[in-house]
Structure formats: structure tokens, C-alpha cells
Design a binder for this molecule. Structure first.
Ligand SMILES: *[C@@H]1O[C@H](CO)[C@@H](O)[C@H](O)[C@H]1NC(C)=O
Ligand SMILES: *[C@@H]1O[C@H](CO)[C@@H](O)[C@H](O)[C@H]1NC(C)=O
Ligand SMILES: *[C@@H]1O[C@H](CO)[C@@H](O)[C@H](O)[C@H]1NC(C)=O
Ligand SMILES: *[C@@H]1O[C@H](CO)[C@@H](O)[C@H](O)[C@H]1NC(C)=O
Ligand SMILES: *[C@@H]1O[C@H](CO)[C@@H](O)[C@H](O)[C@H]1NC(C)=O
Length: 299
């Protein structure tokens, strides 16, 4: 990699320090980027290690559901955990003073992440073909969808995994497109992932629904009155028709008419007067006759 391309690589993970304590910067909800990103992870113990799962590493104060293993990791010093989009590139940039250590990274299990990898770690789980020196790209084969744990595998010198040279990387995919060329969320929503969700999904704008926000929901404006239930006709993003299932004493498109009661144009040429809850009477204008009386329905 050339110097120029190294400079172009974007630094992703920012941290800030409060009273000497590292707190990882977090966004609780992230929108899918259409372009993959380069992340550089500084592989160093200097100003880079968070210790408390809640307050420092994830910067949250709510309790989340955890399995027994994860609970053991609540106070494991580690590099700020990372979340990537599938397709993002990850670079590990090792501190110069580590060069003499002959350090490598291993793809480890969650148990080995918590307890650090044992001596004689499997060669085929080493991330890099050579010892860590400067900047190395992590091969995408280690970054499939899911949570991965990488830890320092010591060859020479003191073990540093226990001090925090270990990394939790979660890779997420998106389910926001109906097909590979389709617009995200049918252009009627945002493709988002909350920090504890495993993938990106559509969050539809008002009046749209469906996994890809592909369905205009004509019922969202609540057009049916008088407790009638609304049935959206599934017509995709443009169709705006719906049907109201009216309770027995109501009628009309929106169930707003009381059966047997005066409606705006019940009496064609005259005034309408309600007589009883389901009968009415037309007071005809001069020159008109007729008896538009009793039950009337526009169904
Ligand atoms: C690793 O990160 C994921 C979220 O990306 C989290 O759910 C999990 O609990 C973390 N694992 C450990 C051992 O901290
Ligand atoms: C990385 O390690 C995990 C846990 O041991 C294992 O399930 C996974 O298959 C490994 N990944 C690769 C690409 O070997
Ligand atoms: C039914 O409601 C819709 C939306 O509120 C309105 O545009 C329409 O005019 C109403 N139709 C009738 C027959 O009341
Ligand atoms: C709608 O239904 C609720 C209970 O299901 C009832 O309390 C309410 O009075 C009803 N409203 C009308 C306009 O019928
Ligand atoms: C209908 O009502 C209007 C206004 O209240 C009134 O002027 C008119 O005379 C009425 N027509 C009949 C036929 O009663």
C-alpha cells in the first residue's frame, strides 16, 4: 500500500478520554452507506483500550440481554469494539514498538477472547501471513456476517492480549433492497441498524409499510370512521385505495353515513329532516314531489 492510499483511508473509530478512561464513541443507530468504507484499527495499548462493557466500550446505560459467556466479558479490557458493514475493509495498524514482538492476530472463539488464546495457537487461525508490522489489511474471509473475535497471539515478549490487545468485530449485512439493483427501502424509508441488531432493515416513512417499504398504506391516514376496520388494497407504492368494513348501522366509502339518516344530498330537491334514528323525511322544494323516505344506503 502506498503512503497516499494510507492517507486516503478513513479513520473510523474515535475515542475520547474522560479522567484517563477510554470511552468509545457510539451511535446507537446507523444508516447503511452505499459505499464501503475503510477502517483503520490502531493496534496499541496507548489510549485505545476500554474496560467496562457498558460505560466505556458501548457507552450505554441500559442493560441488554446477554448470554452467560458475554456476561463474563463485562470487564474485559479490549480495543473499542467495532461494527462494520459487509464489504467494508479493515486495516490493523500496529504500534512501531510492537515490531520486535513478532506479534500476530488470531481469529479466536469468544472463550479465547475472554481468557486470551493459549500457547500453541492454531496456525490456520492466524490472521496475517507474517508478523504484524505497520499496516495490514484483514482478509475479507475473516469478516463474514456475524461477530468475530481477534486477539493478540504472542510469539516473543510479554503477552499483551490480557492488557487489551483483543478486538470484537461485528459485521452486518442489509436487507433493504428487493433485488440487487432496487432502490433502498423503495425510496420510502431508511436502511438502519440499531447497535444491538444483527442486520440493517428498512424503517419506513409515514404511510409506507412492508419489509422494503414497498407498500403504500392507504389506511395510515385512518380514513374509516365509526370504528370501521380499514383494509388496504395491496397495490404497491402508488395505489391508495382501501376499503372500510362498516359496522351494521353505517354506510358509505368511509363508513361516515348513518343508515337511514339524512346525508348531504339525500333529498335531491328539498330539505331533509331526520325523524327517528333510521328514518328521515324530505321537505320538497316547490315544483318537486316524491317521497324519498325511510332506509337509504349508498353501499
Ligand atoms: C461483541 O459485540 C457485539 C455487538 O457488536 C455484542 O453483542 C457482544 O456482546 C460483544 N461480545 C463481547 C464478548 O463483548
Ligand atoms: C474464526 O473462529 C471462529 C470461532 O473459533 C470459527 O467459528 C470460525 O470458523 C473462524 N473463521 C474462519 C474463517 O476460520
Ligand atoms: C373518505 O375519506 C377520504 C380521506 O379522508 C376523503 O378524501 C374522501 O372524500 C371521503 N369519501 C367520502 C365518500 O366521504
Ligand atoms: C369504538 O369501539 C370502542 C370499543 O371497541 C367503543 O368504546 C367506542 O364507543 C366505539 N366508538 C364508536 C364511534 O362506535
Ligand atoms: C329548506 O331550508 C331552507 C333554509 O332553512 C328554507 O329557506 C327553505 O324554505 C326550505 N325548503 C322547504 C321546501 O322547506
Amino acid at each position: 500500500m502506498t503512503i497516499k492510499s494510507i492517507i486516503l483511508v478513513m479513520v473510523y473509530l474515535q475515542t475520547y478520554t474522560a479522567n484517563g478512561q477510554i470511552i468509545c464513541e457510539r451511535q446507537m443507530s446507523v444508516e447503511w452507506r452505499t459505499q464501503p468504507k475503510h477502517h483503520i484499527m490502531k493496534w496499541t495499548l496507548m489510549n485505545n483500550i476500554c474496560s467496562n462493557f457498558y460505560t466505556d466500550c458501548w457507552n450505554i446505560n441500559t442493560n441488554i440481554e446477554m448470554n452467560i459467556l458475554e456476561q463474563q466479558a463485562l470487564n474485559v479490557p479490549q480495543i473499542c469494539p467495532l461494527q462494520l458493514q459487509l464489504g467494508d475493509r479493515l486495516f490493523i495498524s500496529s504500534e512501531a514498538s510492537f515490531q520486535s514482538h513478532g506479534m500476530n492476530l488470531g481469529n479466536v472463539s469468544i472463550e479465547e477472547f475472554i481468557r486470551c488464546p493459549p500457547k500453541g495457537f492454531l496456525q490456520d487461525q492466524l490472521i496475517f501471513g507474517c508478523r504484524l508490522r505497520g499496516m495490514h489489511q484483514v482478509d475479507p474471509r475473516w469478516l463474514g456476517v456475524g461477530t468475530h473475535y481477534f486477539a493478540e497471539v504472542q510469539t516473543k515478549g510479554p503477552p499483551l492480549c490480557n492488557l487489551g490487545l483483543r478486538l470484537n468485530v461485528t459485521v452486518k449485512q442489509q436487507f433493504c433492497q428487493q433485488s440487487s439493483k432496487a432502490p433502498f427501502c423503495s425510496r420510502h424509508g431508511r436502511c438502519l441498524s440499531h447497535v444491538w441488531e444483527e442486520a440493517y432493515n428498512c424503517h419506513c416513512s409515514q404511510h409506507y409499510s412492508g419489509r422494503f417499504c414497498q407498500e403504500f398504506d392507504a389506511c395510515s391516514s385512518e380514513p374509516c370512521h365509526n370504528n370501521a376496520s380499514c383494509i388496504d388494497r395491496r397495490e404497491g407504492t402508488i395505489g391508495d385505495s382501501y376499503e372500510c368494513a362498516c359496522p351494521s348501522q353505517f354506510a358509505g366509502k368511509n363508513c361516515s353515513e348513518i343508515i337511514g339518516q339524512c346525508q348531504p344530498h339525500t333529498c335531491l330537491n328539498g330539505n331533509c329532516t331526520n325523524l327517528t334514528p333510521n328514518t328521515f323525511h324530505c321537505e320538497c322544494d316547490k315544483d318537486f314531489t316524491g317521497k324519498k323516505f325511510i332506509l337509504f344506503s349508498m353501499l
